[in-house]
Design a protein around this ligand. Structure first.
Ligand SMILES: Cc1cc2nc3c(=O)[nH]c(=O)nc-3n(C[C@H](O)[C@H](O)[C@H](O)COP(=O)(O)OP(=O)(O)OC[C@H]3O[C@@H](n4cnc5c(N)ncnc54)[C@H](O)[C@@H]3O)c2cc1C
Length: 305
């Protein structure tokens, strides 16, 4: 079977795209690693029109329900590995599965937390090492923890952890903590937080679970260790676009360059929406709007082709 349109990514942008392909009665499917994306990382969304306040999970459940109402299939647990041209169509290659053929594509794969790429990071993921304080802070009750990254997201992770952790070290590579001064002040007042600047993390150590974090003090050149029961990484985000490298044009950050009017990428027939694109602002309502725009453009593309 050849689809009219395949949506890659099942979160704010991709699910909205699914509502639109369903209503247009396009032969479509959503392929996604998991449903929800970043929205699942937030407890309260207070800026999505129609809801004074809603949890990210509830918002996604509602979007999913709406996609299912239009009988658009959502295939979960699917990781897209590459895309290639096949005559006028596209062939989507997935991990551990048969390739999928389609006339057009919407890429809505969002972004992922940046990694440190140091020894121990992969080994201890979900064994004391986490990228999401909102999800995991309660698991660290009474423990000493380290947060890597002293920007706003690192400080917010620290705020989440002050309710549970015993002591919190915030390790920042730079010589200065860059996050909001007012949040820094609030953290200082808890008496639980120690800021460590000029810290280049070298390794996460432990046996079954995280036990230590090792860093190079960039001033003294000494390698130092802290005994901790948890490590939270908060050093920014990268667009999930690696599978398109060399095929569609990406900017320096790895975002898919799109025509802002049509959401079309450098390859005709491939559209992008939401945080994976070079759209300037990253919010649920924007990702949803961009998902809708991308489908309307793809619909016109299919009529003309
Ligand atoms: C902690 C936090 C709080 C936030 N709070 C708010 C808020 O209050 N209000 C607000 O409007 N926004 C908020 N945001 C931003 C908002 O969540 C994002 O802008 C929005 O989720 C982007 O949606 P997206 O669909 O573009 O991508 P994502 O949400 O990143 O979803 C990407 C999807 O693509 C899938 N995927 C990735 N790679 C592949 C692949 N190779 N193959 C198949 N599937 C793949 C993923 O599984 C996922 O389903 C917050 C973000 C964070 C992290």
């Amino acid at each position: 079977m050849i689809y009219d349109i395949v949506i890659i990514g099942g979160a704010a942008a991709g699910l909205t795209a699914g509502v639109y392909t369903g209503r247009k009665k396009m032969n479509s499917v959503i392929l996604t690693k998991e449903v929800g994306g970043q929205s699942l990382l937030t407890d309260t969304i207070e800026n999505f029109p129609g809801f004074d306040s809603i949890s990210g999970r509830e918002l996604i459940n509602r979007m999913r329900g709406q996609v299912e109402k239009y009988s658009v299939e959502i295939k979960e647990g699917i990781e897209v590995e590459s895309i290639e041209k096949k005559n006028d169509d596209f062939l989507i290659k997935i991990r551990n599965g048969e390739p999928i053929e389609t006339k057009s594509i919407i890429v809505a794969t969002g972004k992922n937390p940046r990694r440190l790429n140091v020894p121990g990071e992969r080994e201890f993921e979900n064994k004391g090492l986490s990228f999401c304080s909102i999800c995991d802070a309660p698991l660290f009750s009474g423990k000493d923890v380290a947060i890597v990254g002293g920007g706003n997201s690192g400080l917010e992770a620290a705020m989440d952890l002050t309710k549970y952790a015993n002591k919190i070290y915030i390790l920042e590579y730079d010589s200065k903590i860059k996050g909001d001064e007012s949040t820094q002040e609030k953290l200082k007042q808890t008496g639980k937080v120690k800021f460590i600047t000029n810290a280049e993390v070298r390794e996460i150590k432990g046996s079954d679970f995280v036990e230590k974090i090792a860093y190079r003090d960039r001033k003294s050149e000494e390698i130092k260790e802290l005994s901790v029961g948890g490590v939270f990484i908060n050093i920014g985000w990268t667009p999930s676009s690696a599978f398109l490298k060399g095929f569609v044009d990406l900017n320096e950050q790895g975002s898919i360059i799109i025509n802002p009017k049509t959401n079309e990428s450098s390859i005709s027939g491939i559209f992008a929406a939401g945080d994976v694109s070079d759209v300037k602002y990253h919010q649920c309502v924007i990702a949803a709007g961009e998902g809708a725009k991308a489908v309307l453009s793809a619909y016109e593309y299919l009529l003309k082709s």
